[in-house]
Design a protein around this ligand. Structure first.
Ligand SMILES: [Zn+2]
Length: 468
């Protein structure tokens, strides 16, 4: 007999889904179902699952296959609870619990009993009162006669209770050991699922939170065919976990054994070329993330020593030329500018030209013969490294690049592990690799085809960042 569902949140006990308002339902209070969801006849050995949303349980659906981790559910032990209780009860009969009555109070006078008949004025009650008073006296005498023995008996009882607890633990363990607890079916098939909402008093219903759902399901063992997709998924997840662990070991190897090549002398971070292989999701927009860089063959050719020497000689020559030129300038200023020439207020940033050529002391030495602005500007332009053919800055940069290339060329080809280190809170001073951001810390190992293959195989199993 069906009926039209009137309230939101009416759940079907067969499929575990909501029965929409206005559609047809069936069943009794507490066990409503979709009219089309025929009640399932559950086998007597159905395996029951229970969970609460507050414990992170997402619930179950009819037809779902569930992984029975550790084979606990439906194990022999779980199915044999009654038998286990029975065996324990039998053991208990032979190992009675130590009692106050048996160990302390066994020879004490017993109090009289009154069966309540006749009420408070009856002769029976008066007789009972008389006997109780006599019992009180007798009990007092018994206790006095017992003396220290009473306390000893109590201590014997306490020790026996302690010993009994130990024996119970052992006996239960021995009984349970006869019933395996891990032989339940590895995969369960949900025959029926239900979901119930609890408001506020959820705790007492196993929700695990103030309010939320409790879920239950009745299952049978899944067939191999039913379990196959889930089994494959689990195997894949386990494999990914192993690969992630292997990746961690590989990254640790780069960090421990990899070579950290310092930046060039002028602070130039290395520019890495090659194939970038992201670790997980790779570089993040916040300056984090990690990746490998596999250099192409022949990427790191060593510069010829003669080339380095030639550039070094050129730097020295130009430094010397500049020194000579500036000495000439000082001499020229001293000779050619009369004491009456207009005094120039020098722009600190432009004059002295090179920071070290003219100190404040030099200026003082010039005395009244300070150069005119125009005269200085002309000479400055001649000497300035941006325009003068005498400038040593350009060859010096080339020399540093060559020295950096020489350091890098110790491995003709390498694989870099790059740890992005450009977030706001990071210490950027260790960054030796250039990125689009504040830089990264790179360590490298010599290239080998094995390392290349390992890097490509494991890198995808690195952490995945969520992009919101
Ligand atoms: Zn249903």
């Amino acid at each position: 007999m069906g009926f039209r569902v009137q309230y939101k949140g009416t759940m079907c006990v067969v499929c575990g889904k909501e029965i929409a308002v206005g559609t047809m339902g069936d069943g009794k209070k507490g066990a409503y179902r979709h009219e089309c969801c025929k009640p399932v006849e559950l086998p007597a050995d159905a395996i029951h699952l229970n969970g609460g949303s507050g414990y992170g349980c997402p619930g179950w659906e009819r037809g779902q296959v569930v992984w029975n981790t550790g084979g606990k559910l439906g194990s022999t032990r779980e199915r044999s609870r009654q038998e286990i209780d029975q065996l324990f009860a039998e053991w208990r009969k032979e190992h009675p619990e130590p009692s106050y009555e048996a160990m302390v109070n066994h020879d004490a006078p017993k109090p009289p009993r009154f069966d309540g008949k006749g009420g408070c004025d009856s002769p029976e009650y008066l007789e009972y009162r008389r006997q109780f008073a006599a019992y009180g006296e007798e009990a007092k005498r018994w206790r006095e006669q017992l003396g220290a023995e009473y306390e000893e008996r109590r201590q014997r009882l306490a020790a026996a209770v302690e010993e009994d607890r130990r024996l119970v633990r052992e006996a239960l363990a021995a009984i349970q050991a006869q019933f395996p607890e891990d032989d339940g079916p590895a995969y369960l098939f949900v025959l029926q699922a239900s979901k119930q909402y609890h408001r506020e008093d959820g705790m007492s219903f196993g929700v695990g939170d103030e309010s939320g759902h409790t879920y239950s399901a009745a299952c049978r063992p899944a067939t191999d065919e039913e379990a196959a997709p889930l089994r494959a998924k689990i195997a894949e997840a386990q494999q990914a976990k192993h690969k992630a662990m292997d990746l961690k070991v590989l990254e640790e190897r780069f960090i421990k054994e990899g070579e950290y090549v310092a930046r060039g002398e002028d602070g130039q971070a290395h520019i890495l070329n090659g194939e970038q292989v992201n670790i997980g999701s790779g570089q993040s927009i916040y300056g984090g993330g990690r990746w490998f860089m596999i250099e192409a063959a022949g990427e790191r050719a060593a510069p010829a020593p003669e080339e380095i020497e030639a550039v070094r000689a050129e730097v020295d020559r130009r430094k010397h030329a500049l020194k000579t030129a500036s000495e000439r300038l000082i001499a020229w200023v001293q000779e050619n500018l009369p004491a009456t020439a207009p005094i120039v207020v020098a722009n600190k940033g432009r004059w002295p030209y090179d920071g070290h050529l003219y100190s404040d002391g030099d200026l003082a030495a010039l005395g009244e013969k300070r150069p005119t602005y125009e005269a200085l500007l002309k000479e400055e332009q001649r000497l300035s490294y941006t325009t003068s053919p005498d400038s040593y800055h350009e060859p010096q940069r080339r020399l540093m690049a060559l020295e950096q290339a020489l350091a890098l060329s110790r491995y003709p080809r390498s694989i870099w592990h790059v740890l992005n280190n450009g977030s706001d809170g990071d210490d950027w001073s260790a960054n030796n690799v250039r990125t689009g951001g504040a830089g990264a810390i790179g360590r490298r190992l010599p290239y080998s085809p094995e390392l290349d293959a390992q890097v490509r195989e494991l890198a995808p199993f690195g952490p995945k960042q969520r992009h919101y």
